[in-house]
Design a protein around this ligand. Structure first.
Ligand SMILES: Cc1cc2nc3c(=O)[nH]c(=O)nc-3n(C[C@H](O)[C@H](O)[C@H](O)COP(=O)(O)OP(=O)(O)OC[C@H]3O[C@@H](n4cnc5c(N)ncnc54)[C@H](O)[C@@H]3O)c2cc1C
Length: 419
């Protein structure tokens, strides 16, 4: 047991909630501050995937053609607004540099240090009574091109071997595939199931973590925004005006809002993260798929979640951290109904948008600040903040307690995640 410390956690999204929980169960006195409500940002409306074999950094050579399409049309999963280009130039240059095959291998190796502990970290939450309900096991990855899906599966087989887990199933074609999963559209030619991967309803996860924090007497201040901090003190703006709080350690888990606009963060990097906005909505089809359905070519996912189908996709870069476009939801719906039957004529509800905190190399930042060593930044989890939430929290607890982070029995080299 190390001595209990006063820890301030800013941001009650996926990383902040997991971190607050892991700190509180380790015996620390935690205050959690959130500018909106618990589970804002990208916490509730995401695809709910908890995955090892699909948790890889986004920059890879294929993205170069995607970027071209993203700049030239709004009818693509990736969209880059012309007005945002000047703001994105540093991020874009870093991203393109990280698409080099040698960088992809290095970044993947580094991220895997965390990915290999993702499931065990969720298991430890489950042992504490967090249900991880609302979803199931198995991703049915599908494609209109047999050759393209073969290549995608080969990569996943290699990743399954890295983690020593069961390899994805064999590819099913045409009639066999449609007999296996009747809701797939006839244009989809090939598919296989990765049985080891799982998905949950992130709304339940957020609500259950919230309950646990209340049971552990964590102080939760909603509608309270972190506006600045130094090595020992945080300044916050709440409903009743400005508050100042001292702390032993502070964790900045403000997701896509982790920018130099928080006074005290500037001077480390010109921008920590860039927002990559995604969308989801719900429909009630007559028949739900038996697995999470992913269209690899359309970059769109249909998740059977708590008795409904959640459709998820898109990656937009604009000048706003979070903005909603009904035109883009319409595009997502057209992509989904092109590969899942029986949803195009159903009413959409719970339309949602959330900002992924993207970094140029696809790795999160989990690091004390050089000028304020008591402040630990934990952000930039890109497309994997649910998968990596509990394991990130374990590493943050070890930093707070001055111990090296150990994941799956191996000490984590934190340099790739440093500021
Ligand atoms: C469409 C979509 C699908 C996704 N699917 C998956 C998936 O299947 N699996 C997966 O692992 N990941 C997925 N993700 C990514 C995942 O949602 C993010 O990586 C994750 O939410 C990042 O967690 P975070 O805590 O850093 O940010 P967030 O969850 O966005 O939380 C940040 C919180 O900080 C608060 N905040 C901001 N500024 C301040 C401030 N100054 N003071 C106080 N509070 C502040 C915000 O209001 C927010 O509540 C998806 C994302 C999107 C958009």
């Amino acid at each position: 047991m190390t001595a209990s410390q006063n820890v301030l956690v800013a941001g009650a999204g996926l990383i902040g909630l997991c971190t607050a929980y892991s700190l509180a169960r380790a015996g620390h006195r935690v205050t959690l501050v959130e500018k909106d409500e618990v589970g804002s940002g990208a916490a509730r409306g995401n695809a709910g995937e908890i995955t090892r074999i699909q948790a890889t950094p986004m920059p890879e050579p294929e993205q170069l053609t995607e970027i071209f399409k993203g700049v030239t049309t709004r009818r693509h999963y990736l969209n880059i607004a012309p007005v945002a280009m000047p703001l994105l130039s540093a991020f874009g240059a870093g991203f393109i540099y990280n698409t080099m095959p040698s960088k992809v291998r290095e970044n993947t190796r580094n991220l895997d240090q965390l990915v290999r502990g993702a499931f065990a970290a969720f298991d430890s939450y489950h042992e504490d009574g967090i249900s991880l309900d609302g979803g199931g096991y198995g991703f049915l990855n599908s494609h209109t091109s047999v050759d393209a899906l073969q290549k995608f599966r080969d990569n996943q087989v290699a990743r399954a071997d890295v983690f020593g887990i069961e390899r994805p199933g064999q590819i099913m074609l045409d009639g066999d595939l449609h007999d296996f999963e009747p809701v797939l559209d006839e244009h989809v030619r090939a598919g296989y199931v990765a049985n080891t991967e799982r998905y949950i309803d992130p709304r339940l996860f957020v609500d259950e973590l919230h309950e646990k924090l209340l049971e552990l007497d964590v102080e939760i201040l909603e509608h309270t925004e972190l506006v600045g901090l130094n090595n020992n003190t945080a300044r916050m703006r709440g409903v009743e005006g400005e508050i100042t709080r001292g702390f032993d350690k502070a964790i900045v888990a403000t997701g896509a809002w982790t920018t130099p606009s928080i006074d005290g963060l500037s001077g480390t990097r010109s921008a920590f993260v860039t927002s990559g906005t995604g969308y989801s909505y719900h429909v009630k089809p007559d028949r739900l798929p038996g697995y999470l359905l992913a269209s690899i070519d359309r970059k769109t996912i249909g998740v059977p979640m708590s008795g409904e189908l959640r459709v998820v996709g898109l990656m937009d870069f604009s000048s706003e951290i979070q903005e909603f476009s009904s035109q883009r939801v319409q595009h997502l719906a057209s992509q989904a109904s092109a590969f899942i039957k029986g949803i195009g004529d159903k009413p959409r509800f719970d339309e949602w948008t959330g900002p992924r905190p993207m970094t140029p190399n696809g790795l999160p930042i989990i690091s004390p600040m050089k000028q304020h060593p008591n402040v630990i930044v934990a952000t930039g989890h890109n497309m994997h903040g649910l998968s990596l939430g509990p394991v990130t929290a374990e590493v943050v607890v070890s930093m707070v307690e001055g111990r090296p982070g150990v994941v799956s029995g191996a000490e984590v080299d934190m340099k790739p995640f440093a500021l």
